[in-house]
Write a protein that binds this ligand. Structure first.
Ligand code: NAP
Length: 168
């Protein structure tokens, strides 16, 4: 099972956050939907999925996708499968015959996969926005470490959004 971490970063390198006043860029959202449809699924943190539902959900775009929500509280969410760990999410998708798992965020979920070495590829869309104190993608939450990765592709998505694709 190949895992692809998909995320948007701000131009100053933060893990971009969105809100009704600061919605995600259309180009980044379209790129997410393209990747989710190609994978046939996405794995998402409970807080991000609740945010998606509050903003109207993906409608038709999410209709045929396996949506896996990771939550320690394990409460039911209509339209999604709830699991309690990254490993359980990957096992579920593997058993359903998926070859790729798309990791759609948020930061807590992405950093869980990164710190457990469960990420094979990374897709980053750099949005033309600067942020103040915020979130980060981290391979180690407690100390400085580094890991070189390989750049596979760069392209412009338009409207100032730059798309980077890496192999870990
Ligand atoms: N830049 C991007 O591409 C991007 C993408 C998505 C979201 N976002 C932003 O990210 C922010 C939300 O991220 P977040 O970090 O606060 O929340 P999140 O990762 O969406 O959700 C966190 C919750 O997911 C569950 N979870 C995460 N890792 C887990 C693990 N290893 N095991 C079990 N459960 C786990 C827990 O749920 P329970 O509390 O239920 O146990 C945890 O409280 C928002 O600001 C949103 O705008 C950005």
């Amino acid at each position: 099972m190949k895992t692809i971490l998909w995320a948007t970063l701000s131009a100053n390198g933060n893990y971009a956050q969105s809100s009704p006043e600061n919605p995600p860029k259309k180009e980044a959202l379209e790129d997410f939907i393209t990747h989710a449809k190609a994978a046939g699924n996405f794995i998402v943190g409970r807080k991000t999925f609740e945010g998606m539902l509050a903003s109207g959900g993906g409608g038709e775009d999410f209709a045929n996708l396996d949506i896996v929500v990771i939550s320690r509280s394990n409460k039911e969410i209509p339209g999604a499968t709830i699991v309690s760990s990254p490993q359980e999410a990957l096992q579920f998708l593997n058993e359903k015959g998926h070859h790729t798992a798309l990791l759609s965020g948020g930061a807590d979920l992405h950093n869980s996969f990164l710190t457990e070495n469960l990420v094979d590829e990374i897709v980053l869309n750099i949005a033309p926005v600067l942020e103040g104190k915020g979130l980060n993608l981290l391979i180690n939450k407690s100390k400085y470490t580094f890991k070189p990765i390989e750049l596979l592709n760069v392209k412009s998505l338009g409207n100032g959004v730059v798309h980077l694709h890496y192999k870990v």
